[in-house]
Write a protein that binds this ligand. Structure first.
Ligand SMILES: O=C(O)CCC(=O)C(=O)O
Ligand SMILES: [Fe+2]
Length: 278
């Protein structure tokens, strides 16, 4: 079976970038403190308890799961989530991988994917297939996913399947079983999965709850996976750090290369949304 490289929590951003450039994935052990995680989980628990299962339609049900709780809008559910989405190590990694293809990257989604007994494995996929531009420019990274283990990730409870090195494969190449690794890790650790790396949720066969906190980032000129504006309000955004507001779309998007400039996108009354916070 293939392996994913584990880095220590105090590793440098340059170490993370080096491993992901080469292998297409990395795990950072003990990425958040146990105190942070406990606060996060405690705030989130009532939303899990109140979860009503949703019929996503056949295709989506098979992909989203039949024994999985899926939630979005984490800034509204666990206040300390803002620390995770603005974590300097993650932002440094995104600067490197998404920065070359956009003026500013943004938060694409903030999700809980909590699997329970009986959940089956997802098909292996890349997340960049969300956008048609993936077919037009298959070599350009569009999105970057991170999955924080909010409970231990084990082979039996559905640790994500990840295919190291697949980020450089021809589109459509299928993974052999021995090429697939499992993102087994302690609660508090995180697996980083860029947009072209094959991966998929694992089967939950032992009934231990597997809670993933997904934070994905995308190029600033793409439509985001989750509609942040329906979860947040300008009044709430006022209390957030400026970086969080920018990541959630309360900012103007501009893009300058040496010879060309694109945008602006995301206007508010022909101005930057920043005027709302002055
Ligand atoms: O739950 C997981 O481990 C992975 C989920 C995933 O890849 C997805 O929903 O796109
Ligand atoms: Fe995925």
């Amino acid at each position: 079976m293939a392996d994913i490289t584990h880095l220590p929590g105090n590793c440098l951003v340059t170490d993370i970038i080096e491993v992901i450039e080469e292998q297409g994935a990395a795990i950072i052990d003990d990425f958040v403190s146990q105190a942070w995680l406990e606060e996060f989980n405690t705030a989130l628990d009532p939303f899990i308890e109140g979860y009503q299962s949703v019929d996503h339609g056949q295709f989506a049900n098979d992909f989203f799961g039949h024994h999985t709780v899926r939630l979005t809008g984490l800034t509204q559910k666990s206040p300390n989530y803002i620390d995770l989405m603005t974590d300097e190590r993650l932002l440094g990694v995104m600067d490197h991988f998404l920065g070359p293809n956009c003026g500013q990257f943004q938060l694409s989604s903030s999700e809980i994917i909590q699997s329970h007994l009986g959940e089956t494995a997802q098909p292996l996929h890349i997340d960049d297939i969300l956008w048609p531009v993936n077919a037009w420019a298959p070599d350009k990274m569009l999105q970057f996913n991170t999955l924080l283990a909010a409970t231990d990730f084990t082979e039996a409870n559905g640790a994500t399947h990840v295919v190291p090195y697949s980020h450089k494969w021809e589109p459509g190449r299928e993974a052999k079983p021995e090429e697939v690794a499992r993102a087994t890790m302690r609660a508090g650790s995180i697996v980083l999965v860029p947009g072209k790396t094959l991966h998929g949720g694992g089967a939950n066969t032992d009934g231990t709850v597997r809670r993933a906190v997904v934070t994905s980032y995308a190029l600033g000129w793409l439509r985001t996976y989750e509609n942040h504006y329906l979860h947040t309000s300008v009044d709430e955004a006022r209390h957030w750090p400026e970086k969080a507001r920018q990541l959630l779309g309360y900012d103007l998007y501009r893009h300058h290369d040496e010879n060309v400039s694109w945008g602006p996108l995301g206007l508010y009354e022909y101005q930057s949304p920043k005027v709302l916070f002055q």
